[in-house]
Design a protein around this ligand. Sequence first.
Ligand SMILES: CC(C)(COP(=O)(O)OP(=O)(O)OC[C@H]1O[C@@H](n2cnc3c(N)ncnc32)[C@H](O)[C@@H]1OP(=O)(O)O)[C@@H](O)C(=O)NCCC(=O)NCCS
Length: 142
Amino acid sequence: MIRAFQTSDLEQVYALGNLLTPNFSKTNSLHDLENNPFTKVLVYEKEGTIIGFLMYTELDETVDILHLFVKEEYRRQKIASNLLDTLISNLKESVCYLTLEVRRGNESAIALYQKFGLEIIHIRKNYYENEDAYLMGRRFSN
Ligand SMILES: CC(C)(COP(=O)(O)OP(=O)(O)OC[C@H]1O[C@@H](n2cnc3c(N)ncnc32)[C@H](O)[C@@H]1OP(=O)(O)O)[C@@H](O)C(=O)NCCC(=O)NCCS
């Protein structure tokens, strides 16, 4: 089941986020999400446990994916695809761009994003310490 983040999910999402990047819980505040009009999280829950999440910011015309993570043992089961589908099919009409940054070497994520129509639009040199980032985007015509 995919649903919006609730405060009671905080510990589980922090734990998953820390698997994605060690400082996740220090650099991402989930405490005030319910009052934050810009930053949102979708969670994928299976039998009461959160096994994946998608965190994004939503401004008037741009949605930017900040983090997408699926627990290792549940990968290749279309969980990330379902999270992206949910995000894209619920975008507000005013949204023209979906963007994200991804490590250049993250072939699985790049393949996933390309399936959802995102293209590499720019290379950010050494964005991740020693690794370049691809800025990927998809334009929606409203
Ligand atoms: C990237 C990630 C979110 C994908 O999650 P997932 O639930 O396994 O993805 P899906 O099952 O929806 O995959 C959909 C498609 O993406 C591509 N893909 C996903 N994982 C892949 C892999 N390991 N190798 C190659 N292609 C892959 C495939 O095209 C796949 O379709 P297919 O299974 O029919 O071939 C997951 O591997 C993950 O959490 N990785 C670590 C965190 C990360 O890199 N996040 C993205 C940061 S920007």
